[in-house]
Design a protein around this ligand. Structure first.
Ligand code: ADP
Ligand code: MG
Length: 391
């Protein structure tokens, strides 16, 4: 799960990571009061979306008066912000963060990720802050200093010094940096984060470090023990069909292809996507309706798959282990009527009562339901159906 910059900064503040004073608003009318409350005479007005590159896309503006704060807030709120991370469709801005303007002496990069190969979190720092870190990693990898932190030992001053010396910091700066990095480590570890990024980390004119940007990502499987983090989820940033699916305990992930998939069991769902690709098709989604799929879950599955306008055919690949295939077959017939399915539905049912299921589907005589004899046959027919071939 990801959160907004203003939320990451709330977490930073709680752990003693220095941030500029700021306030999130949702109506431009509140901009002036927010700026007055923050104080000072220069403010940053920042679009809150789950994507970076906002500055370049016109989503971050520096205001030199209260009038400008209000003007920029009204321009940014409601705008469709396109950045290199949003895709061409962009994202509609519904929240704006107003914060005190910082006098920047130098911009750095500081981040943490879970390194699965080393099985440890890694802290990374670079003097090349403010720019796209992916570009630095690709073109000047030596400019990124990394230190792995054994969670059993925790973050120690030698970790901080290794990074600080790599950044060429002066002695008093090293001390400031150590406090900053140690606080950041706690914010990461205590909340089961798997990503934290500060780009830029700024050195101010009076030699203090301050987080100018903030991004955090969390391990979804740990959200149950971090209710405060879970509560930060912004539903506007989530895929609507995925939210709908979660309500019914369906595991749905939207993808970019055109072959809809309805499968029971995550393993079978993964191999279904593989075999569709093998046949030259592109899956439109991952959908695991669960081991005990019922007629109701199948109906709901159709409804969710059909929310995606790219879907041109649906491949139902269900193994009757706990469930009986005849029940699923009746469920499919019912569901195609209820959900008004008018695209080809290729059905492969195997396992308990598969023969009965096959008879039921055939006898129903619904023209857009195509039965498959096995997994490969089903995938081939689904890919062909998308291409307009009916055989
Ligand atoms: P993004 O990475 O999405 O473009 P940032 O928060 O990094 O957004 O902001 C972009 C740039 O705007 C920063 O690199 C910095 O130069 C400037 N900026 C952001 N916040 C402030 C602030 N509070 N004071 C001064 N400049 C800021
Ligand atoms: Mg940034």
């Amino acid at each position: 799960m990801n959160i907004h910059e203003y939320q990451a900064k709330q977490i930073f503040a709680k752990y003693g990571v220095p941030i500029p004073k700021g306030k999130m608003i949702e109506r431009f009318k509140d901009a002036r009061a927010a700026a007055l409350e923050i104080g000072g005479n220069i403010w940053a007005v920042k679009a809150q979306i789950h994507a970076g590159g906002r500055g370049k896309g016109g989503g971050v503006k520096l205001a030199k008066s209260l009038d400008e704060v209000e003007k920029y807030a009204s321009e940014i709120l409601g705008m469709t912000l396109v950045t290199h991370q949003t895709g061409p469709a962009g994202k509609v801005v519904k929240k704006v963060y107003i914060e005190g303007g910082v006098n920047i002496k130098k911009e750095f990069y500081l981040g943490m990720v879970l390194d699965r190969a080393q099985e440890m979190p890694v802290m990374m720092a670079s003097t090349e802050g403010g720019v796209e870190i992916e570009k630095v990693a690709a073109e000047m990898p030596e400019k990124i200093i990394k230190v792995a932190i054994d969670p059993l030992i925790g973050f120690r001053s030698f970790h901080a010094r290794q990074l600080a010396f790599g950044l060429n910091l002066s002695k008093p700066q090293v001390k400031e940096f150590t406090l900053f990095a140690s606080a950041l480590y706690n914010a990461y570890k205590e909340n089961d984060a798997n990503l934290v990024e500060i780009n830029p980390l700024v050195l101010t004119a009076d030699d203090r470090f301050i987080a100018l940007d903030g991004k955090m990502g969390f391990d979804d499987n740990a959200l149950f023990r971090n209710p405060e983090i879970a509560a930060m989820k912004d539903l506007d940033e989530e895929e609507p069909a995925e939210l709908e699916a979660a309500k019914y305990d369906l595991n749905y992930v939207k993808l970019d292809g055109d072959v809809g998939c309805m499968v029971n069991g995550a393993g079978l769902a993964m191999s279904t996507m593989d075999i569709i690709k093998h046949e030259g098709g592109e899956p439109a989604n991952f959908l695991d309706v669960g081991g005990g799929a019922s007629a109701e879950t199948v109906a709901k599955g159709f409804e969710i798959i059909l929310k995606d306008p790219n879907v041109k055919a649906i491949f139902v690949n269900i193994f009757g282990g706990i469930v009986r295939c005849d029940r699923i077959a009746n469920g499919i017939i019912e569901a195609t009527k209820v959900a008004n399915v008018d695209i080809p539905v290729i059905v492969r049912l195997d396992g308990t009562n598969a023969a009965e299921a096959s008879d039921i589907l055939r006898n129903a005589n619904i023209k857009n339901i195509i039965t498959a004899i096995d997994f490969a046959d089903g995938a081939r027919k689904a890919v062909n159906a998308v291409k307009g071939v009916t055989k």
